[in-house]
Ligand binder design. Structure first.
Ligand code: NAP
Length: 551
């Protein structure tokens, strides 16, 4: 699949741009930077392109944005030639798409694979970044772009006794490339976020017995996945480029097919239930937006939470299991809403059990399996679907050192500080694609990636045209953006849940809302105004002067 390593630069070098990561964001960055005629060096920890879609190959992995929307829009030719087969694409199909893009535009050419970056250091005197890998690669660059993904640093299994366990264990986030055999095995899955909820029904079909260890029940909606509806596809394809442009004018980066434009209590109970039922039958995370106040008004949220809780009770035959699967400690969709195929129904299978690890916590792993406070369960295979150190983890892992030796980990000790999720004060000419404080994980990732990469490309062009050699946000603008991110989050119910959005899943991580919840379209407008105003909130300097456009 990849013979590009032959052409790669090794050793010490100076290039215009270094791009770290070769998933959706990294590949588009390569396309864009090369189009600008700049020199580029990419690094990717994995052996090939794909990022999150390379690693997360667990059974049942698929996107929860419709395929026709989860596509690059930068090339009309690419849009028109690629045909998706299902409404929600599987991981293998998305990886085929990413490979097709890499092949079509020859994007592997400047990427060194199997190479994890372990240090990025800013040299003030030279105004260059030095980027180093664990294998001894050293490259210097004028502009550094991180395209390391938001959910790419897996949380290591945090259980005592792991080394004692004699069976096999795997993580959904780094699934073995040659697959995992379940047939005839006693399998455990720990974790019921999106990865657990997608993989559990598939594992249950093959395993002799499956035990799910659940800490917090999550809300999930049936995806109703199917082959793409040809009528819908024809309609979208008639004006495909325009369809994608319109996606960028929406809050979530995708046009809603379910939003009523109304508030919850604008309508009576009967109409509300009919609307929720329609959304449930339709199958989309868009159920959370059918009424505009569902994620901001607690009473409104209860109406949809009740609706879904009743669905759980109607599907799951054993009332005790149904009760255990019913979320009670957070408002609907304030932990990331999942889309599933037969998730709740899976608990009606005779070979599936559910253990509530809040009631009976896991004490330790043993040679034979998992020991809770209640009993020891023997297993042949344990699947950890325990999530990621989201948003900040991938950036902190780069050991970034900025002006005056400032370490990113120190700058972020109270939580990530960034201007627009694009740049950080004290780290000049370092651009983060979908960094903390950007809409990113709350929107369709592909258009948000395209928007960030385009913005960065335009910024670099501006710098070169105006002889600007250094750009970084002011502390004031950065603090003001952090306040905005905090304020808009506090107008919603999101902070009421213990979730990875808030950093709650990683012990010791500061509790800060990690994404901008004000909407992708609002964000695009704000960012455009900042540029039109001459990069408001950024410090631009040339070798001879400095200008500070305070926000
Ligand atoms: P996650 O949402 O963080 O879920 C991790 C699960 O593991 C949670 O149920 C968590 O319980 C549990 N857990 C963690 N540590 C545990 C421990 N020590 N003991 C017991 N349980 C533990 O991770 P994820 O499922 O990998 O999903 C992460 C994100 O990736 C998603 O929210 C989504 O944004 C993205 N994703 C998307 C798709 C898709 O597009 N379809 C698919 C997969 C993932 P608590 O809730 O109690 O912490």
């Amino acid at each position: 699949m990849n013979d590009s390593n032959k052409n790669q630069k090794r050793g010490s070098d100076v290039v215009d741009v270094v791009v770290i990561g070769a998933g959706f964001a990294g590949l588009y960055a390569h396309y864009k930077i090369r189009e600008m005629g700049l020199s580029i060096q990419g690094f990717e920890a994995g052996p090939d392109v794909g990022g999150t879609w390379f690693w997360n190959r667990y059974p049942g992995a698929r996107c929860d944005i419709e395929s026709l929307d989860y596509s690059y829009s930068f090339s009309a030719e690419l849009l028109n030639e690629w045909k998706w087969s299902e409404r929600y694409a599987t991981q293998p199909e998305i990886l085929r798409y990413i490979n097709h893009v890499a092949d079509k535009f020859e994007l592997r050419r400047d990427i060194t694979f199997n190479t994890r970056i372990t240090a990025c250091t800013y040299d003030q005197a030279e105004n260059l970044w030095t980027v180093e890998s664990g294998q001894g690669d050293t490259v210097r660059c004028t502009y550094l772009m991180t395209t390391t993904g938001c959910l790419s640093t897996p949380k290591d299994p945090e259980f005592d006794g792991l080394a004692e366990f004699k069976g096999q264990w795997v993580q959904t986030s780094t699934w073995p490339r040659d697959g995992v055999e379940f047939a005839g095995k006693r399998v455990a899955v720990i974790g019921t976020g999106s990865s657990g909820i997608q993989s559990i029904p598939e594992i249950a079909k093959e395993a002799a017995h499956l035990t799910v260890f659940q800490r917090t029940p999550n809300y999930t909606i049936p995806a109703r996945n199917a082959p793409i509806d040809p009528e819908w596809e024809a309609k979208v394809r008639k004006d495909y480029v325009e369809h994608h442009r319109r996606n960028k004018e929406t809050k979530g980066g995708v046009q809603s097919k379910l939003s009523t434009g109304l508030m919850t209590f604008d309508v009576d109970k009967e109409e509300r239930l009919a609307t929720f039922e329609h959304a449930w039958q339709f199958g989309s995370a868009g159920i959370q937006n059918v009424y505009s106040d569902l994620l901001s008004n607690p009473e409104a949220n209860v109406t949809v939470a009740d609706f879904v809780q009743n669905k759980i009770r109607s599907i799951v035959k054993d009332p005790e299991t149904a009760e255990r699967l019913t979320p009670k400690d957070h408002p609907f969709a304030t932990k990331r809403l999942c889309l599933d195929t037969d998730y709740y129904d899976t608990y009606n299978r005779p070979n599936v059990d559910l253990v509530d690890v809040r009631a009976t916590p896991i004490e330790t792993l043993t040679a034979a399996g998992i020991k809770t406070t209640e009993k020891e369960y023997p297993f042949d295979l344990i699947v950890f679907a325990t999530g990621f150190d989201a948003m900040t983890g991938p950036l902190l892992a780069l050991n970034i050192k900025g002006v005056d030796g400032l370490l990113l980990k120190d700058a972020w000790k109270d939580g990530p500080a960034s201007y627009l999720g694009l740049m950080m004060a004290g780290f000049p000419n370092l651009f983060t694609v979908n960094g903390p404080g950007s809409p990113s994980v709350l929107a369709n990732m592909v258009p948000t990636i395209e928007h960030h990469v385009d913005w960065i490309a335009d910024c670099i062009t501006y710098m070169r045209e105006h002889k600007v050699t250094r750009i970084e946000p002011t502390m004031k603008a950065q603090a003001s953006w952090a306040q905005t991110v905090h304020d808009v989050a506090n107008h919603t119910l999101f902070p009421l849940a213990k979730s990875w959005y808030m950093g709650d899943n990683v012990p010791g991580k500061p509790r800060v809302f990690l994404a901008y919840v004000g909407g992708f379209s609002n964000y695009i407008t704000r960012v455009a105004e900042i540029v039109t105003g001459g990069y408001v909130g950024f410090k631009l300097s040339s070798d001879h002067s400095e200008s500070d456009k305070s926000a």
